[in-house]
Every structure is written in structure tokens, then in C-alpha cells.
Unconditional design. Structure first.
Length: 189
């Protein structure tokens, strides 16, 4: 693994377990076993590193884990939309459940012009972009609106799970099913 990748992977694990604002560069370089000059050779600032970490998170979490879980669970498009909640249910019950890195980055970054905030918003937009075609294929009348509504439901369940409500995804799934039924859509499963 290259030094750059080691820095990104180390920062990713630290940011996931703690937060962007509480993890300092000194800790990252110590745990990545690189010199501070190596970090700054690859990243001009901690913000640049945070943007790289958020992009890495999108690859690992959205394009990797979430897409694979929904594909594995299969079914018609409506069932695949509901499968997102089934995947979240499994995620919420893991010992390493830490919440949504994109949402946490948005909450931690108040500056509207921040590249970190933009990267977090892009990560969330790409999750909606994953949901939207499924909604369209399922026959939802307004797929853009539905994707945002479903994402709000997902984000709410993430927060509820952080607060100890491990059944939040199952409860949110029932609401998502009602949202589909509102458009006259029944899922196979």
C-alpha cells in the first residue's frame, strides 16, 4: 500500500470512529506510520485529506457495500428499494456501527464554501442518485421527490439507531412500503 493510501485508510478509520474535527493530523501520521511531510506532500491541508476520505467512503460504502447488499438481496425494483432498509438493519446491529460519515461531515462543517461540506453533500446526492433509478423502474410517479423522501427516512433511521433504537431500519422500512403503496406499487417481498 502506498503512503498516500495508508494515510487515507488511516484517516478514514479514525474519522469514522471519531469525527473529522476531533482527529488531528499528528494522530493520523502517527497511526499511518508516515512523516507529516509525507501527508502534506499528498494533501495540501487536512480539508484536502477529508475530501479524499469522503470520496473513499463513497467508493467503499455507497458503491461497494450498499450497492452489493441491494444487488445480493435482489428482487424487483420496489423490493430493491426496501432492501436498502434491510441492509441498514444489518448495519445498525454491527458492533462497529458509527452512523453516516457524510451526514456527520455536513454537521461538523458549518462553512458553506468548504470543500469538505461539498464532498459530503455530493456523497449524499450520489446515494439519492442510486435510489432514483430504482424508484423510476418501480414506477414511482416522482422519482426525484421519492429519492429525497426515502433518503430523509434513511437518515432519520441512522440517527435513531445511534440513539440506541436498533429496530429503526425495520420501522423505517414499513414507512417506505407505505410510500410505495401511495403510488400503487407493491414489492415482491
Amino acid at each position: 500500500m502506498s503512503a498516500r493510501q495508508r494515510v487515507v485508510e488511516t484517516a478514514y478509520e479514525l474519522f469514522r470512529r471519531r469525527s473529522l474535527n476531533t482527529v488531528g493530523v499528528d494522530r493520523i501520521v502517527a497511526e499511518a506510520d508516515v512523516a507529516k511531510t509525507t501527508l502534506y506532500r499528498h494533501f495540501r491541508s487536512k480539508d484536502d485529506l477529508a475530501v479524499a476520505v469522503l470520496r473513499h467512503h463513497e467508493e467503499v460504502w455507497t458503491e461497494g457495500w450498499l450497492r452489493q447488499e441491494v444487488d445480493r438481496r435482489g428482487g424487483d425494483p420496489a423490493s430493491r428499494l426496501l432492501a436498502i432498509f434491510d441492509a441498514f438493519d444489518d448495519w445498525f446491529r454491527r458492533d462497529d456501527y458509527e452512523g453516516c460519515l457524510f451526514a456527520r461531515a455536513l454537521l461538523e462543517t458549518r462553512d458553506q464554501a468548504s470543500p469538505v461540506r461539498a464532498a459530503a453533500a455530493t456523497g449524499l446526492a450520489n446515494i439519492r442518485a442510486f435510489i432514483r433509478p430504482l424508484a423510476e423502474e418501480a414506477g414511482v410517479r416522482e422519482p426525484d421527490v421519492f429519492a429525497l423522501e426515502l433518503q430523509m427516512l434513511l437518515l432519520g433511521s441512522i440517527v435513531a439507531a445511534l440513539d440506541g433504537h436498533t429496530d429503526a431500519a425495520r420501522q423505517a422500512r414499513a414507512v417506505a412500503q407505505l410510500m410505495l403503496e401511495r403510488d400503487g406499487i407493491q414489492a415482491d417481498s
